[in-house]
Design a protein around this ligand. Structure first.
Ligand code: TRP
Ligand code: ZN
Length: 896
C-alpha cells in the first residue's frame, strides 16, 4: 500500500504486449510463518511481437531481495525497487533465477502468501503473485509451473499446489517436501499453494470419457463433517458441464480447500480452488437453505472457470468480464438446472427472479453512482475495485442475451468455436463476441455497445390497438436512465436489445403471435430485436385489445417504462404465463404503493393501505397452484434500499416507515392466512436441502416474519420460541431468532434475549454461525431508546469480534452499514461516523475489504440534503486519512 498524491490511472487503450515472455516457472518454497524464502527459476525470452527492451522489468511488492543469477551465474545488474525488480541488459533468451523472501504471518491483506489459523494459503488474483516473487504478473504471460514446497512436517503435514503431485519425501530436521507439476500453461494469477494441518473428504469419479478423477475437499479436521454438500456440488458441476457444454475436467485431480480468512467468495486456481469457508462448509445444524444453495453456486462457478477463465483466460484485466460474466452465466444456468431440471420453467423462474433482484438492487445502483463503468471498463486505478456487480452480474446478462438472440443451440455453437479458436490463449471480449457471431452467421457489431456503454438502459413502451384492422402496435423507444456523469460519458448510440414480449387476451390466455408480414402465427412469446432508438412492431389478427407482457424472463438488463394500471398489474400477477413477469407485476404494484406511502410519510401525512395490494397478496398467498418458493418471492416486499433508490431524493427513514406500515397492514389483514401458510408449510422429519423443502421453509418463515409484525405478537412469540427450541436445522432456528428480535425491537419486551444467549453458547465453536449471530443483531430494527448502533458498538468489543477476519467484519460492520439502512442513515450522522472509523481502521489492515466498505456511501448525492451533508463530511474524513490506493480511488471518485 502506498501514498499516492496523483494516482496512476491504467487505461485499456494503452495495452501493449509484454516485452518478454516466460515459458516455464520453477518455484521452491521454504515455508516459515515469519519469513518464507522463495527461489524462482524462469525461462525468459524476448517477445518477437513487442517493442524490444534492453531491460526486463518485473513486478514485485513487499519483497526482500536476496539474489539473482542468469544462466546459473550470479548477476549483479539488478535493481530492486518499490514496485519490483529491473534486470538490466538481458540477452534474448535466458534462465533467470531470483531468490527473495516474504513475510506471510505479518500479511493482513490476504493477498499473496498469508497465514490463517496457522496454515499457509495464497491468493494471487488479480495482482497478488508479485507479493510472492518478482514476475511479469499480468494475465497474458502464460507459463507451465513446477512447484516444490518444503516445510516442517509436524506443523504442515499437507503440502498442496496446482496440478499433479510428482514427488514427496522427508528432509532433515523434521522437514518434508512435495513437488507439484501443472501440465497446463497458466497466468500467474492462477498459481496457488496451501500448507498445513488439513484433512480431506475424497471421492473418485469417472469423467465423461471414462477417465478416473480424484476429487478432494480439504478442511480443518473439525470441519470434515461439513464437506459432503460441497463434494456433491462439485460432482454435479462436473457432470453438468459435460452435458451442457461438452467440457470435461482436464486434470487427474481436482482440489477444493476451505480457509476462514478470505477476501471474497472463492478462487479458481488451476486444480486447487481456494474457498472462503462460508462457501464450503455446511450441515443442517449450521447452514441455512440459502447457504446450501450458495455453496452449490460457488462450487459450480469456480469449477466452470476451469474452462472459462483458465483454459481460455483474459488478455488484460479490462477483459475481466470475459471470464466472470460468462462464468456467472454458467453458474446461474447450473443452479437453475439443479433446482428443477432444465425443462421446468417455473423452477427456473425462481432462480431467475433471485438473480434479477440482485442485479436491480446492486448493479443498477452502481450504474447510478460515481463508480459506474461499462462491462469492459476503460480505466482503473486499482483493479481490485473492478470486481463489481457490473463486471459480474451485468456481464452475465450480456452473455445471457447472446443465448436469447441465438437460441441455446446457437449459443453452444458459439462456445464450441470459442474453444476451438482460443484454447490455451489470453483473449478479449471481442474474441468471444466474434466466435458467437461467426458460429451463427450473425452480425453482432452493434452488440459491442453492451461492453462499452455504462448506465442502465431504459425502454419506454407505448401501445395502440386498432379494432378495425385488428392490429396491435408496440412502439419501443430506448435511452438511458438518469445515471451518473461517469455513465453518460460512455453512451454513444442505441443498443441491440432482445425484447421478449407476449400478448395476453381478456381470458388470461396467451395469444398466438403473428407480426405483420409473417405468413402464419407462431409461438406465444416473441423476442423482438430493438436496434434503433425507436421501432414499432405490429401484431396482426389480434381479436381483442390485449395486455402486453413486456420483457419476459427479463430478456435484457433494462428498465421498462409502461403505464400499467393497478388492475392490469393484478391481472398479470394472476394470469401471466411467464412466471418472471407474474412476480414482476406484483413488485410493480408493491413498489408503486410503497413509494406513494413513503412520500406521505416524508410529508408527515397519515398512511393508508390500498386494498388492491392486500387483495393481490391474499390471492398469491392462498393460490396453492403456485409453488411455495414462488409465493415467498412474490410476497416479499422490495427492499428498503431498492425503494430508497427509486425516490427523487432517497429518504431511508420515510421508506422504512412506509414499508413497516405495509408489513403490519398485510400481517393484520391476512393474519389467518399467514397462520394457515405457516402450518401448511412445516417440514417434519429429517432435514433435506432440496429446493422443494427449502421452498416450504421459506414460505413458512416469511409467514412467521409477517406475524411478528402484529400489534399483539403473543402468538408469533409462541410459534417462534417453539420453532427455535425444536428446530433441527439452521434455516428454522435463525428465522425463529430473527422473528423474536423483530418483536423485541417493536417494544415487545426482551423476548429474544434467551434465544440469543442460547444461540451463542450452542454455536460458540462454529465461526460461520457466530457470523450469523453478529449479523442478526446488526440488522435488527432499533428503537428510540436503543438505536442499533449502540448494539453494534457494544458488539465491536465482544471477545469473538475480530476485525482482521473479513467474514466477521462483514457480519457486524458491513451488515449494519449496508443491510440496515434505516438505522445506518440515522439523522444524527452517527452511522456515518462509525462507517468512517471502520473504513480507516480496515484500510491499515486490508485495503481490499476496506474499499468494499468505502463504497457504501457512494450514492451520497442522491439523498436528502441533511443526510447528504453528513455523508460528505464522513467521506472527506476518509479521503484525508486513508492511505491505500484501493480506498482512495473509491472516496476520491465519490467526492469528485
Ligand atoms: N476470480 C474469483 C471468482 O470470481 C474472485 C476473485 C477475484 C477473488 N479476486 C479475488 C477471490 C481476490 C478472492 C480474493 O471466482
Ligand atoms: Zn469468477
Amino acid at each position: 500500500m502506498s501514498d499516492t498524491a496523483t494516482p496512476t490511472v491504467i487505461r485499456r487503450e494503452d495495452y501493449a504486449p509484454p516485452a518478454f515472455l516466460i515459458d516455464t516457472v520453477d518455484l521452491e518454497f521454504d515455508l516459515a510463518p515469519e519469513r518464507t524464502v522463495v527461489k524462482s527459476t524462469l525461462r525468459v525470452r524476448r517477445n518477437p511481437d513487442a517493442q524490444p527492451s534492453a531491460h526486463l522489468e518485473l513486478m514485485g511488492e513487499q519483497l526482500e531481495f536476496i539474489g539473482a543469477a542468469i544462466d546459473g551465474k550470479p548477476y549483479a545488474n539488478v535493481r530492486a525497487h518499490e514496485h519490483g525488480l529491473t534486470v538490466e541488459n538481458v540477452p534474448d533468451a535466458f534462465e533467470l533465477t531470483l531468490t527473495g523472501a516474504c513475510a506471510p504471518e505479518a500479511n493482513t491483506t490476504l493477498s499473496g502468501l498469508y497465514v490463517s489459523s496457522g496454515n499457509f494459503f495464497t491468493q494471487c488474483e488479480a495482482e497478488g503473485f508479485r507479493r510472492i516473487t518478482w514476475f511479469l504478473d499480468r494475465p497474458d504471460v502464460m507459463a507451465t509451473y513446477t512447484v516444490t514446497l518444503r516445510a516442517d512436517k509436524l506443523a504442515y503435514p499437507v503440502l498442496l499446489s496446482n496440478g499433479n503431485l510428482i514427488a514427496e519425501g522427508d528432509l532433515p530436521d523434521g522437514r518434508h517436501y512435495a513437488k507439484w507439476e501443472d501440465p497446463f500453461r497458466k497466468p500467474s494469477y492462477l498459481f496457488a499453494l496451501v500448507a498445513g494441518k488439513l484433512v480431506a473428504l475424497e471421492e473418485r469419479i469417472q469423467s465423461g470419457s471414462g477417465k478416473e478423477k480424484l476429487l478432494q475437499v480439504w478442511v480443518e479436521p473439525h470441519d470434515l463433517d461439513k464437506t459432503r454438500h460441497a463434494m456433491d456440488s462439485l460432482i454435479h458441476s462436473i457432470h453438468w458441464d459435460e452435458q451442457r457444454f461438452g467440457l470435461e475436467l482436464d486434470l487427474d485431480r481436482f482440489m477444493i480447500v476451505a480457509v476462514s480468512d478470505f477476501n471474497m467468495g472463492a478462487m479458481e486456481n488451476k486444480g486447487l480452488n481456494i474457498f472462503n469457508t462460508k462457501y464450503v462448509l455446511a450441515n443442517p445444524e449450521t447452514a441455512t437453505d440459502v447457504d446450501f444453495a450458495n455453496i452449490e453456486a460457488v462450487v459450480g462457478h469456480e469449477y466452470f472457470h476451469n474452462w472459462t477463465g483458465n483454459r481460455v483466460t483474459c488478455r488484460d484485466w479490462f477483459q475481466l468480464s470475459l471470464k466472470e460474466g460468462l462464468t456467472v452465466f454458467r453458474d446461474q444456468e447450473f443452479s437453475a438446472a439443479m433446482s428443477g431440471g432444465d425443462e421446468n420453467e417455473a423452477a427456473r423462474a425462481t432462480k431467475r427472479i433471485e438473480d434479477v433482484r440482485v442485479l436491480r438492487q446492486m448493479q443498477f445502483a452502481e450504474d447510478a453512482g460515481p463508480m459506474a463503468h461499462p462491462v469492459r471498463p476503460e480505466s482503473y486505478v486499482e483493479i481490485n475495485n473492478f470486481y463489481t456487480m457490473t463486471v459480474y452480474e451485468k456481464g452475465a446478462e450480456v452473455v445471457r442475451m447472446y443465448q436469447t438472440l441465438l437460441g441455446r443451440d446457437g449459443f453452444r455453437k458459439g462456445m464450441d468455436l470459442y474453444f476451438q479458436r482460443h484454447d490455451g490463449q489470453a483473449v478479449t471480449c471481442d474474441d468471444f463476441r466474434h466466435a458467437m457471431a461467426d458460429a451463427n452467421g450473425r452480425d453482432l457489431a452493434q452488440f459491442e455497445r453492451w461492453y462499452s456503454q455504462a448506465g442502465t438502459p431504459r425502454v419506454s413502451v407505448t401501445t395502440s390497438y386498432d379494432e378495425g384492422t385488428r392490429c396491435y402496435s408496440v412502439t419501443l423507444t430506448q435511452g438511458y436512465a438518469n445515471g451518473s456523469p461517469a455513465a453518460r460519458e460512455t453512451q454513444k448510440g442505441p443498443l441491440h436489445i432482445p425484447f421478449a414480449i407476449g400478448l395476453i387476451g381478456p381470458d388470461g390466455a396467451d395469444l398466438p403471435l403473428r407480426l405483420e408480414g409473417e405468413a402464419a402465427a407462431h409461438g406465444t412469446t416473441r423476442v423482438l430485436e430493438l436496434t434503433d432508438t425507436q421501432q414499432t412492431f405490429t401484431f396482426a389478427d389480434v381479436m381483442a385489445k390485449p395486455l402486453p407482457s413486456l420483457l419476459r424472463n427479463f430478456s435484457a438488463p433494462v428498465i421498462v417504462d409502461y403505464d400499467y394500471g393497478n388492475d392490469e398489474l393484478a391481472f398479470l400477477l394472476a394470469h401471466d404465463s411467464d412466471a418472471f413477469n407474474r412476480w414482476e407485476a406484483g413488485q410493480r404494484l408493491a413498489t408503486r404503493e410503497l413509494l406513494a406511502l413513503a412520500a406521505r410519510a416524508a410529508a408527515g401525512q397519515p398512511l393508508e393501505i390500498n386494498p388492491a395490494l392486500v387483495d393481490a397478496f391474499l390471492r398469491v398467498l392462498t393460490d396453492e397452484s403456485l409453488s411455495p418458493s414462488f409465493r415467498e418471492l412474490a410476497l416479499m416486499l422490495p427492499s428498503e434500499t431498492y425503494l430508497a433508490e427509486q425516490m427523487a431524493e432517497s429518504d431511508p427513514a420515510a421508506v422504512h416507515t412506509a414499508r413497516q406500515f405495509v408489513r403490519k397492514q398485510l400481517a393484520t389483514a391476512l393474519k389467518g392466512e399467514w397462520l394457515a401458510a405457516y402450518e401448511r408449510n412445516v417440514t417434519p422429519g429429517a432435514y433435506e436441502p432440496t429446493p422443494e423443502a427449502a421452498g416450504h421453509r421459506g414460505l413458512k418463515n416469511l409467514a412467521l416474519s409477517y406475524l411478528s409484525e402484529l400489534d399483539d405478537a403473543a402468538q408469533a412469540v409462541r410459534l417462534a420460541t417453539a420453532q427455535y427450541d425444536s428446530a433441527n436445522n439452521m434455516t428454522d432456528r435463525s428465522a425463529a431468532l430473527s422473528a423474536l428480535l423483530n418483536v423485541q425491537a417493536a417494544g415487545g419486551g426482551d423476548v429474544a434475549r434467551k434465544a440469543l444467549e442460547d444461540f451463542y453458547v450452542r454455536f460458540e465453536k462454529e465461526p460461520l454461525v457466530i457470523d450469523k449471530w453478529f449479523a442478526l443483531q446488526a440488522t435488527q430494527r432499533g428503537t428510540a431508546q436503543r438505536p442499533t448502533i449502540e448494539t453494534v458498538r457494544a458488539l465491536m468489543g465482544h471477545p469473538a469480534f475480530n476485525i482482521k477476519n473479513p467474514n466477521r467484519a462483514r457480519s457486524l460492520i458491513f451488515s449494519f452499514c449496508a443491510a440496515n439502512p434505516a438505522q445506518f442513515h440515522a439523522a444524527d450522522g452517527s452511522g456515518y461516523a462509525f462507517w468512517a472509523d471502520q473504513v480507516i481502521a480496515l484500510d491499515a489492515l486490508n485495503p481490499q475489504v476496506a474499499a468494499r466498505l468505502a463504497r457504501n456511501l457512494e450514492l451520497w448525492r442522491r439523498f436528502t440534503p441533511a443526510l447528504r451533508d453528513a455523508m460528505r463530511a464522513a467521506l472527506q474524513r476518509v479521503a484525508a486519512e486513508a492511505k491505500s490506493r484501493d480506498v482512495r480511488e473509491i472516496v476520491e471518485k465519490a467526492l469528485a
